[in-house]
Design a protein around this ligand. Structure first.
Ligand code: HSE
Length: 412
């Protein structure tokens, strides 16, 4: 089979852009060369000769020899302008920009159909884990029940360093930035926004339905203090930031991002450092687990390379789940068992949001409450009080029928 020759116009030459340049040089089997690189800063010293660069995006967008655009810039709005212009110009696009995709997925799908050119974005979700193409191709007919896991490398790195090495939050975050894992605005990582964007994309490919980012609730790791870390350690648990989307008995889907206590029996317990891990629950094959580095120059570049390779065979997403399931309903009708910790002054206020409480503790200064709460009340409580909320369990309807709530909240 004759593979297409790729003549690439690259936008962005930061950590991942340079990583891609290096990985491409070591991938001679791929018939691809970077013709021009567009960057913003004219004065920044760069590791390769100046003649490769342009500062004018049209030098790439209007170049008829360039048939593929790789978009690896930071700013999601500028990225959308570039990507949509490229698709309109009939150029295939590969991007890693999850914020841009999550904010514009419906328009980007329309543009692909209208201009008959593909947009691939495997690198946008979990970097080195080939999850999107698997959801699209391997699971095209299998009924998926849930997609959940650790999808942000920086927060996993920070939580690992805090719990395993006793580092401070700030120290661990600075290291995640120095290693090129964190977004340039690290609040996107620590506030759970990056995980939310990825969950939106994963969920569209798993279940169909294109949400808006504001439709998915995200809590981050920025309220987790050493008290919760200590509690987790005493109980033999770890805290991880978990993105989850799952189908309920009535066919509706719930999707949200929140920190969760992970038990040693959970496969995610061993997923530390910058690694991501995703568990798919399917009706027939049951649990399947994917693991790999979730951030960093080379793991992300490897996913871009894989998309480039797919383009040489004219691969495109068919959006099978989106086309099959036109009326997917997402809602927050979920019951959670959670651990809520706050300053003791707020203890009574916090308990009022719960359906049931099983345990309350206070040392006069700090207190915690364990119990069941609806996701809607979790979201309200998170917005209204200075409280750290960690999920213990997501309680599915089937389980609700089978167990007594009082028994469930009795013990972690
Ligand atoms: N900031 C992101 C993360 C980069 O830490 O996961 C990879 O998407």
């Amino acid at each position: 089979m004759n593979r297409k020759k790729l003549n690439i116009g690259l936008f962005g030459f930061g950590c991942v852009g340079y990583g891609l340049y290096q990985v491409l040089e070591k991938t001679p089997t791929l018939n691809a060369t970077i013709k021009t690189i567009c960057v913003k800063d004219q004065n920044k010293p760069r590791p390769i000769p100046q003649e490769h660069f342009t500062f004018d995006k049209n030098a790439i967008l209007c170049d008829k020899d360039i048939n593929v655009i790789v978009e690896l810039i930071d700013n999601a709005d500028e990225a959308f302008d570039i990507v949509s212009a490229a698709l309109r110009a009939g150029k295939a696009v590969v991007t890693a920009n999850k914020k841009m995709i999550a904010e514009h997925l419906a328009e980007l799908i329309d543009l692909q159909y209208e201009y008959k050119v593909p947009l691939l974005y495997e690198a946008s979700c979990c970097a080195s884990i080939p999850i999107l193409r698997n959801l699209e191709e391997y699971y095209d007919n299998e009924l998926l029940e849930s997609v959940e896991g650790i999808v942000n490398g920086s927060t996993n790195y920070i939580l690992t360093k805090m719990s395993a090495e006793g580092q401070s939050y700030q120290e661990a975050l600075s290291q995640a930035q120095a290693k090129g894992y964190a977004e340039s605005n690290p609040l996107l990582d620590t506030g759970g926004f990056d995980a939310k964007y990825k969950l939106l994309i994963l969920s569209a490919h798993a279940f169909g339905g294109v949400l808006k980012p504001q439709d998915i609730f995200n809590a981050g790791i920025d309220r987790i203090s050493h008290l919760e870390q200590q509690y987790a350690k005493e109980k033999g648990l770890k805290i991880k930031l978990i993105a989850q989307a799952f189908r309920k008995g009535d066919g509706t889907i719930s999707a949200f991002v929140a920190p969760r206590f992970i038990r040693p029996s959970d496969k995610l317990y061993q997923v530390d450092d910058v690694y991501n891990g995703v568990t798919l629950k399917t009706v027939f094959s049951e649990d399947q687990f994917f693991v790999g580095k979730g951030a960093g120059a080379y793991p992300t570049a490897s996913a871009v390379i894989s998309d480039l390779s797919a383009l040489t065979y004219d691969y495109k997403y068919e959006y099978k789940k989106i086309n099959q399931n036109k009326h997917v309903e997402y809602n927050n009708d979920v019951l959670l068992k959670i651990f809520a910790s706050c300053e003791s002054d707020y203890k009574a206020d916090v308990a009022a949001y719960f359906e049931e409480t099983s345990e309350q503790f206070s040392n006069g200064k700090h207190s915690y409450t364990i119990g069941t709460i609806t996701l809607s009340n979790y979201i309200k409580l998170y917005g209204e009080k200075p409280v750290s909320l960690i999920v213990v369990d997501t309680i599915r309807e089937e389980e609700l029928e089978a167990i007594n709530i009082n028994e469930l909240v009795a013990e972690i």
